[in-house]
Ligand binder design. Sequence first.
Ligand SMILES: C[S@@+](CC[C@H](N)C(=O)[O-])C[C@H]1O[C@@H](n2cnc3c(N)ncnc32)[C@H](O)[C@@H]1O
Length: 325
Amino acid sequence: MLSPSEKRDKIIRATDLDALSCRYSTNNKSYFQPADNYINKIIASYQNHLQFCKGYSQLSAGRTLRSVFNEQKLPLINRGTYLRTKVIDLVVEEFIKEFKQVQIISLGGGSDTRCFRVFEKYQENIKYIEFDFPESVKIKKLAIENDEELKKLIGDTAEAKEIGTKEEFVQLESELHTAKYHLIGFDLRELDQLNEDYIDKDTPTLILSECVLCYLTPKENEDIMSYWKNKLDKRCYLIYEPIFFRDTIGLNNVKLTDTSDIAGYSGSLSNKEWISTTELNRINRLELIDELEEIRLLFKHYCLCYGELHNFHFNGINKYKWMIE
Ligand SMILES: C[S@@+](CC[C@H](N)C(=O)[O-])C[C@H]1O[C@@H](n2cnc3c(N)ncnc32)[C@H](O)[C@@H]1O
């Protein structure tokens, strides 16, 4: 039996499956170009190992996976997933180009495949750290360690791991460390107990939070943001969340935009558009949407926010259009 707080955390962890199934659907509908071939590798790990996670049996894991991955996603979901992935990729890319040697920290990274795409393109000078709950991390770790391509990308030399029982899954360490990649099973609400050995305090750092903080209380969010503020001198935040912390955390150079504007639905044109008209036309043709007014309003609720701390400054962030800055 799960306690009420374990039940709540199980529901929060399951949001990773939602995010993964959205990316899966978006990829299948050809929004991502080139296609994201890493998504299926993580899904395979979920198919093999979700049954060993707390609160699941073989039967319930199979049922859960069938229901999330067989469900047809609305065009609105596919378009939104594409847009958020694309804009965060653009900022990450600019950040790497500007600072050359960087650290990227992904809070609640879940099954996100961005780290693999980054390492595919940049083999050197990037340190990528991902945090998520231990069980979610184990699923990703097993996806990596049982796949030669993923292992090579992150520079892992560990033997493939076969996990066949709940006990073996419980025993598996919820961490994976290589020279450039750190996958850490950790509850972000307990950051004061984090082993900081893997974090560079002086490297320019981009902290990503994509649909993660919204599952925590305002106090927990503030504690997480404050923790990073106090730990690193050179860093900025990029968050795709319906919240921001200009006053409580004391961020500089704060910028905000929404998915509606990024998608070109606001009607205001600029020479700093995130996505070219040709590309927007391509994705708009993939699935027809009748209710443009509805999508425009819904996308207004999904914000991309950016802020800097201390005296750190990232020029490349000005390359793109922000609604508020
Ligand atoms: C909606 S998913 C998003 C995953 C990923 N950022 C993405 O965009 O694909 C939210 C993720 O945040 C993680 N998460 C939420 N609260 C957390 C906490 N307190 N500690 C660690 N991870 C957490 C969940 O386990 C889940 O993987």
